[in-house]
Design a protein around this ligand. Structure first.
Ligand code: 26Y
Length: 850
């Protein structure tokens, strides 16, 4: 076949322009003489797609010829955002495309706004997966992502009279030029049924069909792959039912199958929803592993080679059914014995934990598992009994080593496997098994057994890591304590990172140009540690002035967005103060709000003369509340309710504005972050795994007000703790304080005023805010679990430091430059490189230029 004569796309502006017009005519079917912006975007995107596929094919072919070890990133979420700008820049074609687009009468900015966000994720964990894909491609690692092609992503958030409203995210309505459908790649996934003579006969099956999403690296020829699966019925349509006049039954199988990849995390408040989520997990995990095994078998026959060719990372507990699924495929399909399969499995899987919040550490009821995945449940039971056997032996050995010690005394020892809360008289072996078994009793429901997925992941994989130094340390001594004692070598830390392409170079072109000019080259985009070269210029007044001018321009862009979307005029000479992230009590948006209320009350109480001393602030919030999270929804209403009062108070004027921007997502973050001057990362110490927006703000020279939690700790180390606004208790004091707060009475007088103002209805409906206030203020109803009242005074102290520093614009700007200069460590390229060397053992394979 004369394949070498196939034409490759040409990259000069004229060819690109021609190509766009041709795509508009023949792919979109539009009239090139009367184009809409949307049609132009679509035509343009199809031309970029071809260039991506061109490099994608070369990369995959090259890798196949080299047969290197691959990493496979298993994740239920990939929060990719938009692709156009990222692809054009990563391909290095921004100049050529810029010119072609200009000739068509547009700018890249106009066209990029036409693209729907791919919001196939909830928040930090999903966006981390997206940043990792960018870095895997950029650093030339042979690595693919695997996930689900949800038909509906993260819900669209609106505001209805100040309350969160929700609508489905119909992101595929205009087609998706960034994916390549592979109908020939379909894997069978079974559910329900029974196990007979060791063989599972599923009662229901679906096909997992692949869509490939090419992921271009920056400054490389490599284009890697994010393979997402769609669930399709094995039988589309039942003609017999149809002919009987029963249309519903005729399409029932199709609907049940399509439900699996329909929605990102369907509400788990109903049993049907819970089971569906487990179905989703086994669906994509099984498809991914089958896909990898199929490719492995094209080139190998000995499964003992698998750990040298593949490593799977399980992104949190959602893909951890992989332990049982890989065992099942190796034993039932490939005929390996248990021990051999176990040795391979525990060398091929790796596990990342992202949170210590109990509600996010999945535990599936044994009953549900047995019904949906009977063969997996058999395998899990066997893993559990082997594990419990070895745990019991160790506990017994430990007790024998200290024959006289009571269980209680042993429990006080740092290295004891006996749980600390073992009651006197309780058998210590039973206590250990109850606490650290994979299968355990539900503490809230007697007799109900659960499968602890995180425990299975630790036992069934070669490594377990946390996502920031403090978090990795905490998991070793809390949720995974015994596992750490038994397998200390398995535990690692990999502090998160974010991609400097999307989060600095592309979203902040003004700063990109200024940094490149100051450093004399743009090498920093791929080697972020080079930003440290800015340090020596931090005091340069000329640079400071230019740095401020860039920030000012970005603030104006955000002010325009605010006006257009929520109708509030905000002064651009005020400090832009931002908190954007999922709404959660542990992230404490309400603490921020209480401080804003305090500021408002202080402005109101001040004389006109005193008012002049206030630093004007624009406080911007964004974030979504889970549909079933009652308190988070109240927190959103708190922001809008206070905003309604403050923004319309003539006495306050431009001194304070409070806005909630609805539908926070990746592309809104790209507008907000470059404009922010102060950002809040104020979780109760010990609760945030890492946080990643803190790194994005830092890169963009935004100062941080934060607690010693997650990656804030390491950011403070990099910039110097004195340059961050730090407040609040340390993680190690939190358990004690929570205990002590049962009879806490020592409220700061400013806190009391804030609570009173809410309960007096100064911000509307007092009754509505009653339980939000009770939760942090009434120790007979709650013990202020996230320690808001406790941290309030210190928070206000830190806020005061912020105001004082802002009055000295030169010093503020010096710090801003220093933040950017010190952000090199937080590139996801560094993070991926750490994973590649210390966990995955995967090496770069760069496609040579042809
Ligand atoms: C299973 C379901 C309840 C669930 C759904 C989503 C559980 C967890 C999640 C998402 C978790 C998440 O986004 N975690 C965040 O991961 C980031 C990346 O490591 C961290 O920076 C952040 O601190 C952590 O909250």
């Amino acid at each position: 076949l004369p394949v070498e004569h196939l034409p490759h796309p040409k990259n000069d502006p004229d060819s690109i322009e021609q190509d766009v017009l041709s795509k508009v005519s023949y792919t979109i079917g539009a009239d090139p003489k009367a184009l809409t912006t949307k049609q132009t975007y679509r035509g343009l995107a199809w031309t970029v797609r071809e260039r991506l596929i061109d490099s994608f094919n070369k990369t995959q072919e090259y890798w196949k010829s080299k047969d290197p070890k691959f990493v496979y990133y298993l994740s239920a979420e990939f929060l990719m955002g938009r692709s156009l700008t990222n692809a054009v820049y990563n391909l290095g074609l921004e100049g050529e495309y810029g010119e072609a687009i200009r000739k068509l009468g547009y700018s890249l900015e106009d066209l990029q706004d036409q693209e729907q966000n791919a919001s196939l994720g909830n928040g930090g964990l999903g966006r981390l997966a997206a940043c990792f894909m960018d870095s895997i491609a950029t650093t030339d690692l042979p690595g693919w992502g695997y996930g689900i092609r949800y038909k509906y992503g993260m819900f669209k958030q609106g505001l209805d009279k100040g309350f969160q409203s929700m609508a489905p995210d119909i992101w595929l309505s205009a087609g998706n030029p960034w994916e390549v459908y592979r109908p020939e790649l379909a894997y069978r996934i079974g559910f329900y049924g029974e196990v007979k003579d060791g063989k599972w006969i599923p009662a229901e099956s679906v096909n997992a069909v692949a869509y490939d999403n090419p992921i271009p690296g920056f400054g490389t020829n490599n284009v890697t792959n994010l393979r997402l699966f769609e669930s399709q019925p094995v039988n589309e349509f039942n003609l017999d039912f149809f002919n009987e006049g029963n249309f519903d039954e005729a399409t029932q199988e199709k609907r049940r199958a399509e439900d699996i990849s329909a929605v990102l995390y369907p509400n788990d408040a109903t049993d049907y929803g819970r089971e569906l989520r487990l179905k989703q997990q086994v669906f994509f995990v099984s498809a991914a592993i089958q896909d990898v095994i199929a490719r492995f078998k094209e080139q190998h026959s000995d499964f003992n080679e698998l750990p040298n060719k593949a490593v799977f990372t399980m992104n949190d507990t959602h893909p951890t059914i992989a332990v049982a699924e890989l065992m099942r495929l190796l034993i039932d399909q490939e005929g390996l014995d248990w021990d051999n399969a176990w040795a391979i499995t525990t060398k091929t899987l790796a596990f990342t934990n992202h949170t210590v919040m109990p509600e996010a550490l999945e535990k599936w009821p044994v009953k549900v598992m047995t019904k949906l995945l009977p063969r997996h449940m058999e395998i899990i039971s066997k893993i559990d009994s082997i594990w419990k056997g070895s745990l019991a032996d160790r506990v017994k050995a430990q007790i024998e080593a200290e024959p006289k010690a009571e269980a209680k005394a042993a429990a006080s020892e740092e290295s004891s496997l006996v749980p600390e809360d073992t009651e006197a008289g309780e058998d210590p072996v039973d206590a250990a098994l109850a606490k650290y078994g994979i299968i355990c009793e539900n503490p809230w429901e007697k007799g109900v057994k659960l499968v602890n997925m995180a425990f299975m992941a630790v036992i069934g994989s070669k490594s377990t890591n946390g996502v920031a130094a403090i978090h990795s340390d905490i998991i070793k001594h809390t949720i995974f304590k015994d596992f750490y004692e038994i397998y200390p070598e398995k535990f690692q830390n990999k502090t998160n990172g974010v991609t400097p392409r999307r989060w600095l170079a592309y979203c902040n072109p003004g700063l990109r140009e200024l940094i490149t000019k100051t450093l004399g080259s743009n090498e920093w985009i791929k080697h972020l540690e080079k930003l440290s070269g800015l340090k020596q210029h931090a005091e340069d007044k000329e640079l400071q002035a230019q740095w401020r001018a860039v920030k000012q321009e970005n603030k104006q862009r955000l002010a325009k967005y605010i006006k257009a979307n929520v109708g509030v005029d905000v002064p651009t000479n005020a400090m832009f103060d931002v908190q954007i992230k999922r709404i959660h009590e542990y992230k404490r948006q309400h603490l921020n709000m209480f401080s804003i209320i305090n500021r408002y009350l202080e402005i109101k109480a001040a004389s006109p003369e005193e008012r002049k001393k206030f630093v004007p602030r624009v406080c911007v919030f964004g974030g979504k509340a889970a549909s079933a999270y009652y308190m988070a929804k109240k927190m959103i209403r708190l922001v809008t309710a206070v905003g309604e009062v403050v923004n319309n108070d003539q006495e306050v004027g431009d001194l304070l504005k409070v806005v909630f921007l609805p539908d926070y997502n990746v592309s809104l973050a790209e507008v907000i972050i470059p404009a922010a001057e102060l950002s809040h990362h104020i979780s109760t110490a010990g609760t945030e795994g890492s946080g990643t927006s803190n790194m994005k703000f830092q890169m963009n020279g935004c100062l941080i007000l934060g607690t010693m939690d997650g990656a804030n700790v390491e950011i403070a180390q990099e910039i110097g703790k004195e340059n961050m606004f730090v407040f609040g208790v340390d993680a190690e004091d939190v358990p004690r304080l929570r205990e002590e707060r049962k009879d806490f009475k020592d409220y700061d007088p400013r806190w009391v005023k804030v609570m009173d103002s809410l309960l007096a209805g100064q911000f509307g409906d007092a009754e509505y805010f009653q339980d939000l206030v009770d939760n942090v203020n009434d120790m007979t109803k709650s013990n202020d679990w996230f320690l808001l009242a406790n941290d309030f005074a210190d928070y206000l102290r830190a806020q005061k430091d912020v105001d004082e520093l802002y009055k000295d614009q030169d010093e503020w700007t010096r710090r801003s430059i220093l933040y950017t200069a010190s952000s090199g460590f937080f590139s996801s390229d560094r993070c991926i490189d750490d994973y590649a060397r210390e966990i995955w053992e995967v090496e770069p394979v760069a496609v040579p230029s042809s």
